[in-house]
Design a protein around this ligand. Structure first.
Ligand code: 5CA
Length: 163
């Protein structure tokens, strides 16, 4: 795995690392030399299954941003998820809405580190993988995690989100 051990992390990732440490998590934020902007790129850089990448996707529902931590192996079935989550329709956030809701840019959105806590769902498909990886605030940073940890960090609900 290509990672940079000694250079300081970008500011947004340091903030994510601080929150993770405060929450008592043990996984360390890593900066990858390869881009990890998408789940496929992150999986290739880490040498893991694409399904073990937890993408932090932002949708707008009932007029507010919500977070759907989604396995990289599938897309969100927004209609089915809205019903299961008992919410109005979910619409993908624009890049500007993502930035406002998370303080982070598309390709690097982390499950934590946002100006406000977002209502969250964790994809039940992620439970198939004992070790997950999520973005840590930039397209080049990731951290190891698990379903239980993501539920704890986000206060989210575990629901199937895929087709
Ligand atoms: N760093 C990786 C995982 S470690 C990552 O952040 N993956 S991601 O899936 O969470 O980020 C890419 C996602 O951003 C895409 O799946 C897509 O849902 C979203 N996205 C990409 N382009 C746009 C866009 N123009 N508008 C809204 N969302 C977008």
């Amino acid at each position: 795995m290509a990672s940079q051990e000694d250079t300081p992390l970008p500011t947004r990732s340091m903030e994510v690392a601080r929150i993770l440490a405060e929450a008592g998590t043990t996984g360390r934020v890593r900066e990858l030399t390869d881009s990890a902007r998408t789940a496929a790129e992150a999986a290739a850089a880490l040498g893991c299954d694409v399904g073990a990448i937890a993408n932090s996707l932002v949708f707008i529902s009932d007029g507010e941003p919500v977070l759907v931590l989604t396995s990289g192996r599938h897309k969100v079935d927004t209609a089915a998820l809205a019903t299961r989550w008992k919410r109005g329709p979910l619409r993908r956030a624009t890049p500007e809405q993502v930035r406002r809701a998370t303080g982070q840019a598309i390709g690097g959105v982390a499950p934590v580190g946002h100006p406000q806590t977002l209502p969250a769902v964790v994809d039940a498909a992620l439970a198939d993988y004992p070790q997950l990886w999520a973005a840590a605030g930039t397209p080049h940073t990731v951290f190891p995690t698990s379903v239980d940890e993501l539920l704890r960090l986000t206060g989210g609900l575990l629901l199937p989100v895929g087709p």
